[in-house]
Ligand binder design. Structure first.
Ligand SMILES: C[S@@+](CC[C@H](N)C(=O)[O-])C[C@H]1O[C@@H](n2cnc3c(N)ncnc32)[C@H](O)[C@@H]1O
Length: 246
């Protein structure tokens, strides 16, 4: 569930059409990361952000994980030796390595700027899954490591004309839920005339602020703040809190 197989071939066309500005996000991440060297990208996709980040400081050591093999194939061609790519699910990965920074830039987790509050957006399917995944991320970080989650707007319906006569349409279902945790279906569709070039339905989860803070806290992260460019929530890794024994 939530793999990007059905839209892999069209994904870069959409990104290049202005969905994300990877160079801009990489510049902001570069400032927030500073001198830290070993970076783990969570949901590296086709490697667009990883490539932009590698270009900001060529001596950085970048590893990207993703669980959609077809996305990783494109990433491999793109980043070549600039990044190590690993097929893995963030909830179960065991990379036998630790990193200075983990970053999800439009990846497995994002922060949604919903005007009046920030939400945690996720590709995972429930509270326990998110705690498990983020706890695993924490375990892959150095004790003084950082977690960066990119900030973006809430998903919405729109159509976009892309080069080559391709039309992208995005439709969202199930948004009107006031709960602390709610799910939406996000339908991607790429067409040229009557031909459907790619389609995928993702089930995405969202947590309101107090639950988001609880999940990240349980996983071992403390919020440091928003980066100077206003593009990332930056967390420090303080490890999992010791369980209190009675
Ligand atoms: C929107 S893409 C982002 C790609 C990239 N960060 C970018 O900026 O273009 C999200 C990626 O997260 C991956 N993903 C989603 N859930 C995952 C999981 N549980 N473990 C690993 N990767 C996951 C998907 O396969 C997809 O390639």
């Amino acid at each position: 569930l939530n793999q990007y197989t059905g839209i892999t071939e069209c994904y870069d066309l959409l990104m290049r059409g202005g969905y994300y500005d990877h160079d801009d996000m990489a510049r902001a991440a570069d400032s927030a990361i500073g001198h830290r060297k070993k970076v783990l990208e969570l949901g590296v996709g086709t490697g667009l952000f990883a490539q932009s980040l590698a270009e900001t400081k060529p001596d950085r050591d970048i590893t990207g994980v993703d669980f959609t093999p077809s996305m990783l194939e494109i990433a491999q061609d793109r980043v070549g030796p600039d990044a190590r790519l690993i097929e893995a699910d963030v909830t179960s990965m065991d990379l036998e390595d630790t990193f200075d920074v983990a970053i999800s830039s439009g990846g497995v987790w994002v922060i949604i700027d919903a005007e009046h509050e920030f939400l945690l957006g996720t590709h995972l399917l429930g509270y326990d899954n998110d705690v498990e995944g983020l706890t695993n991320v924490s375990a892959h970080l150095e004790p003084d490591g950082l977690l960066l989650l990119s900030i973006q707007e809430m998903h919405r319906d729109f159509d976009l004309m892309l080069p080559g006569g391709v039309v992208y349409s995005q439709r969202i279902f199930g948004t009107d839920q006031p709960d602390d945790h709610f799910m939406i279906e996000k339908k991607y569709r790429f067409t040229r005339g009557a031909e459907v070039l790619g389609k995928e339905t993702l089930t995405l989860g969202f947590y309101r602020r107090k639950v988001m803070d609880r999940i990240l806290g349980e996983a071992g992260f403390a919020l440091k703040g928003i980066d100077d460019d206003g593009q990332f929530f930056v967390y420090s890794n303080r490890g999992k809190p010791a369980t209190t024994s009675v």
